[in-house]
Design a binder for this molecule. Sequence first.
Ligand SMILES: CC(C)(COP(=O)(O)OP(=O)(O)OC[C@H]1O[C@@H](n2cnc3c(N)ncnc32)[C@H](O)[C@@H]1OP(=O)(O)O)[C@@H](O)C(=O)NCCC(=O)NCCS
Length: 289
Amino acid sequence: MAAHSQGAGPSPAALSLKEILKSENAEAFDDDDEDLDDEFADLQRIQSAKRREARDMANKCRIRELLRIPFAPNIRPLGIYDIDSVVALEHAAFHNPEHQASRKKMEYRLSICPQLSMGIFLTVPPDRVEDTSIFATFDTAHLVETGRPDNAKTVLLAHIVGTASDSDIVTDKAMEVPGNWKGPKRSESDKGHLLDGRTVCLHSLAVSPKLQGCELGKLIMKSFLQHVKNIGYERVALICQEYLIGYYERFGFKNVGKSKVEFAGGGWVDMVFDWATHSAAVTTNTVSS
Ligand SMILES: CC(C)(COP(=O)(O)OP(=O)(O)OC[C@H]1O[C@@H](n2cnc3c(N)ncnc32)[C@H](O)[C@@H]1OP(=O)(O)O)[C@@H](O)C(=O)NCCC(=O)NCCS
């Protein structure tokens, strides 16, 4: 932009890309306009919006096609009332049994810090769905609370479950369950959820297998990040296998190296989303662009 306004004109590379865009966007292109760089930026925006729209349509159609009922999800924190569906979803989504969080861990997490969990639910009238096995959690779902003549159930499609920690990254201790957490006199423990912790350790992200790839993972992760920021946490940490690093980086998580966690034999990578560095990076990009 600066080079052109000083009379230098767009670079040959920009021009050749412009030629390509021009051939694909004939109607959006004005040959008489002298401000080629502005036009080039506009075309890029158009191309990007078109790509986004096509992807959104594909996802909407796919989930609509799969469900054949209105997709009006309800996103809310989970509670112990949801335990059966959470366990069913965890088992269905994680093929490696070693990677599944146990029922005991889920019971503890949903009882002690339900505010650090989230679920995407959908109201499903059984008679309007051809095959209820498309939902991994249909059998464990509860009838909708308001009661309905069509016996609609509120079905869990995706979940996130976390606890708070005083460490910046996930540790084995954060993943444990303190011995006497159900007792009336809970002793102080450095295991599991720490009330004063400022980091949310995200222990499980799971999407119902037949609904994966429809952006439910993206929806719940974005909602969760916003939610835990709103209630005052400073960062979200998780461990993942190498093949998911790119997936989490898309949300703004940073790969901070090999994790020391030994859960399920180790081999994990530490990922951290920190609002302090994230906001700083966003501010810097905005200022320099
Ligand atoms: C991983 C998981 C949560 C992703 O949820 P999802 O709803 O299937 O993913 P989304 O549809 O939101 O994916 C959105 C984007 O991420 C991409 N993506 C999905 N999986 C990916 C992967 N493994 N690596 C990189 N990108 C990936 C998709 O291609 C899509 O890209 P697009 O926007 O360009 O089309 C889900 O597949 C799942 O439950 N897997 C089993 C349990 C699991 O492994 N959980 C994570 C534990 S750390």
